[in-house]
Design a binder for this molecule. Structure first.
Ligand SMILES: NC(=O)c1ccc[n+]([C@@H]2O[C@H](COP(=O)([O-])OP(=O)(O)OC[C@H]3O[C@@H](n4cnc5c(N)ncnc54)[C@H](OP(=O)(O)O)[C@@H]3O)[C@@H](O)[C@H]2O)c1
Length: 465
């Protein structure tokens, strides 16, 4: 295997002031390359290899020098791969690759928790920059990765992990630094948004819309993490940590998926003036931070209501900037690889500039907060929201009064109520509440579910005010 020369020798990097020695006067394409170990050559890794080949001149210019892949870890060396990568660079020894002396940056696009987390931590401890698209390891092991980066003076970049091509990590972590963020709401799972859009457009059931999403490649064979809300919770954790300087953990996020949403709920919501969206919400309140993922009735006039199909969007309200919304493709080979490539260029620039200035390692650009400094995350029961509640009840006199009394006993105030179906049993009773404490609503629903005339609590969703 050919080994590219080091970016700079230690002696020249410590000097810092000799432009000849540091290569500043050389044309970018003649400078020593930043050397990249790629962990994974699938959808995203293959897309990155294409970018580095197809945009070589532009990337070299933007990164102030070449960015070269010097090794690629895969599982299966025999697999046919239609990617512009020298096959002799492939290895199954990912652990050996990440600590090689001739590697400056490790790009982790293999996915999963292990060995991805251990490899990323080991590269950070070895002083490498790590670029990852893996929301699961950043969300679950952010503290450990930050500690590894601090110990080894490595740097962690994870733009692609939060919302694919949408540069939201940069915006929340850097561009909004002059603000206090009040709330952040995202449609950050394209699979769920595609399913909900199809259910709304055609009246399809959840199962049929999911099957269509799978046939079109928008949903995994096992869609649990997407439709159950876990994927959106991971992304919320990444963004909430940056926006609120606090260490949100998965257990802190109240998480509901879309698998219980029916086409009837969506049609009813539309009649009431709402679109149903899976929202990841982090909201600052005087008492602490709310962090939750759930299907939500979004007013049709709200910008998030118009986000259709597999697209993503993040809506942020900050005290000085006011509201802003970022919109784009949250997944897919080319969009995701483009965000990884942007982080790679940032990492290469940091390395080159850091070494030119005599700094041995770049330092984390957007640290994952390891300590809880900002507001504590509130328990789910303390959350405040308006709610949509759909009940199946016996078509009998007195039912409405009994339900209203159960709501009232917990202080749940009703904004509107409608009954669907007459002369059939059961009928649907639909309520929209005023803003209420989650714990109070759940207590009222427990009483209501036990009423002899109530067949079932068919659906409960939050309503965006
Ligand atoms: N796909 C997207 O649209 C998207 C969007 C945002 C974020 N992401 C994230 O990007 C990451 C990669 O996703 P992907 O869709 O590119 O995955 P993928 O297509 O399944 O590719 C995974 C690659 O990693 C390699 N790999 C897996 N386990 C390995 C191991 N233990 N040792 C060595 N190599 C291993 C595989 O090798 P073989 O080829 O030999 O099997 C394959 O090349 C994930 O964290 C994902 O969440 C993906």
């Amino acid at each position: 295997m050919t080994q590219t020369p080091p970016l700079q020798s230690d002696a020249t990097s410590r000097g810092g002031s000799n432009p000849q020695a540091t290569g500043e006067t050389q044309p970018a394409d003649e400078r020593a390359p930043v050397r990249v170990a790629l962990l994974g050559l699938g959808t995203v890794g293959g897309g990155l290899a294409e970018i580095l080949a197809e945009l070589r001149a532009e990337i070299t210019e933007r990164a102030e020098g070449p960015v070269d892949i010097v090794g690629v870890a895969v599982r299966d060396l025999t697999r046919q791969r239609d990617v512009p990568v020298d096959p002799t660079l492939l290895t199954t020894d990912a652990a050996g690759l990440v600590t090689r002396d001739d590697v400056d940056v490790v790009v982790e696009v293999m996915g999963g928790l292990e060995p991805a987390q251990t490899l990323a931590a080991s590269a950070l401890r070895a002083g490498k920059a790590v670029v990852t698209a893996n929301k699961a390891i950043v969300a679950r092991y952010g503290g450990a990765l930050a500690a590894a980066a601090a110990a080894g003076r490595g740097a962690l970049y994870y733009e692609a992990a939060a919302a694919g091509a949408i540069p939201v990590v940069k915006v929340v972590g850097e561009s909004l630094s002059g603000n206090r963020v009040d709330s952040l709401m995202g449609i950050v799972n394209g699979t769920c948004n595609f399913i909900l859009t199809q259910m709304s457009a055609s009246g399809a059931s959840f199962a049929d819309a999911l099957a269509e999403a799978q046939a079109l490649g928008y949903a995994e064979a096992d869609p649990t993490s997407d439709v159950g809300g876990e994927d959106a919770a991971y992304k919320l954790i990444l963004l909430a940590r940056l926006a609120f300087d606090t260490d949100v953990q998965l257990a802190d996020v109240s998480c509901e998926g879309i698998d219980t949403v029916s086409a009837a709920d969506i049609a009813r919501a539309r009649d009431l003036g709402y679109a149903v969206k899976l929202l990841a919400v982090a909201q600052r309140r005087p008492e602490g931070l709310e962090a939750r993922v759930h299907p939500t009735l979004v007013p049709l006039a709200h910008p998030l209501a118009s986000v259709q199909g597999a697209f993503n969007a993040v809506f942020i309200e900050a005290d000085r900037s006011g509201p802003l919304m970022l919109y784009g493709q949250g997944a897919g080979r080319r969009p995701t690889a483009s965000a990884v490539a942007a982080d790679l260029v940032d990492a290469a620039l940091q390395l080159r500039r850091g070494r030119r200035d005599g700094i041995a390692a770049p330092g984390a650009p957007r640290p994952v907060p390891a300590l809880r400094r900002g507001p504590a995350v509130l328990p789910t029961a303390e959350g405040l929201s308006r709610y949509y509640v759909s009940l199946r009840v016996a078509d009998e006199p007195g039912v409405l009064a009994a339900v209203a009394s159960a709501f009232a006993s917990e202080g749940v105030s009703i904004a509107s109520c409608l009954q669907e179906g007459r002369g059939v049993d059961p009928v649907d009773l639909i309520f929209v509440t005023h803003t209420v404490r989650d714990g109070d609503l759940r207590a009222a629903l427990a009483t209501i579910a036990a009423l002899p005339t109530v067949r079932s609590v068919a659906s409960v969703m939050r309503v965006l005010a």
